[in-house]
Design a protein around this ligand. Structure first.
Ligand code: OGA
Ligand code: NI
Length: 352
């Protein structure tokens, strides 16, 4: 990853280091069968929505099977992902992101100011994706995001685009089920995603000589709407259990997707569904691959608790904020290690 290996940037402070043995796997996040989506039985859909609502409220995370994403599609992106990251850093750097274009290959990400033990490749779903150019509230300037595609492997772009179309379909179904589970019309949130700022990330976690000191991704919450993640059979994703704060390992389940609600759904639901902290452990024996799809609304979306879910007994817990300004502030800070904390949704929390 770096020429002269210096591991100090990766070292987590003692309280955040992974525990090698104590993570509980027995009672994992809920596993939900989406087959009912293929039936016209409204009762079956209502009970599926209720099951998803329970998982969102209790865990903020769940896995889905019988989701409708063809296995071939997943195998194809998995194969090009391995080929791409198998190249030298020099080769991969031909599509390296820079200050002007945040899409492409990157190996220097920091979470909470500690470097992550990973490499990534990001691409946006809408081309171009329109975002705010500056985090300043008064600045109305917009900018466009374009993708950079590597030449190798030759079917890389095609595999990525095919997978994206399928995972996007699944994400809309999940969004609709979540909306139903909140007692809202199924399509309540759909319009926000018309000019989506969604992106896909290919994650590569190389073998790590210091797995007890470093993390693949440090503890964080996903900022957007919904995340739909594919992980391989190695395992390493841990979710903070809401009931006691214990880190729970998400057991790899063949052909399942892991779904979690992001900060935006937390705000829309007025804290009914919280965006839960998670992190990724690495290990010294096997490299690991994962693919999160970050399903995010249009830049101009004003994010605030849904009117139908607030009343005098349950007042809005957040001030409205502009999603594009939030992203823009994050993008700026992502590029460099900051001395101060990144922008977070709790900065928009109403004081009680
Ligand atoms: C992320 C993330 C989990 C994983 O990229 O935001 O949480 O298992 N990834 O790679
Ligand atoms: Ni995440």
């Amino acid at each position: 990853m770096v020429e002269v290996f210096d591991s100090s940037a990766f070292i987590q402070s003692i309280e955040h280091r992974p525990k090698p043995t104590s993570t509980v796997e027995a009672e994992g996040i809920p596993l939900i069968d989406l087959s009912a989506l293929n039936s016209s039985d409204t009762g079956a859909i209502a009970s599926l929505a209720a099951e998803i609502g329970d998982a969102c409220a209790k865990w903020g995370f769940f896995q889905v099977i019988n989701h409708g994403v063809p296995l071939e599609c997943r195998e194809k992106i998995d194969s090009v992902q391995r080929k791409f990251f198998g190249q030298s850093v020099e080769e991969k750097s031909r599509v390296r992101r820079d200050e002007l274009n945040p899409m492409g290959y990157y190996d220097g990400e920091h979470t909470k100011n500690v470097r992550d033990w990973k490499e990534v490749f990001d691409f946006v779903v809408e081309v171009p994706t329109i975002i705010a150019a500056s985090p300043e509230p008064g600045n109305k300037e917009l900018t466009m995001l374009h993708n950079q595609w590597p030449e190798f492997p030759p079917n890389f772009r095609e595999a990525c685009e095919e997978y994206t179309r399928e995972i996007e379909k699944l994400s809309y179904k999940l969004l609709e089920l979540i909306s139903l589970s909140l007692g809202l019309p199924a399509n309540k949130f759909n319009n926000f995603f018309k000019d989506q700022t969604s992106f896909l990330r290919l994650n590569y976690y190389p073998r790590c000589p210091i797995p007890h000191l470093a993390l693949g991704v440090g503890r964080h919450k996903d900022a957007g709407g919904l995340t739909v993640l594919s992980q391989d059979d190695v395992g390493g994703l841990e979710v903070k259990r809401k009931s006691d704060g214990e880190w729970i390992r998400v057991k790899p389940t063949p052909d399942a997707y892991i779904v979690n609600v992001g900060d935006i759904i937390q705000v829309w639901s007025n804290d009914k569904y919280e965006s839960v902290e998670h992190r990724v452990m690495v290990n010294s024996e096997r490299e690991r691959f994962s693919i999160p799809f970050f399903f995010n609304p249009a830049h101009y979306t004003v994010v605030e608790p849904v009117a139908e879910l607030v009343n005098e007994q349950n007042p809005a817990k957040y001030k409205a904020f502009n999603w594009g300004k939030f992203v823009s502030a994050r993008n700026l800070s992502n590029f460099k290690k900051l001395q101060v904390e990144n922008i977070q949704i709790y900065h928009f929390k109403e004081s009680d």
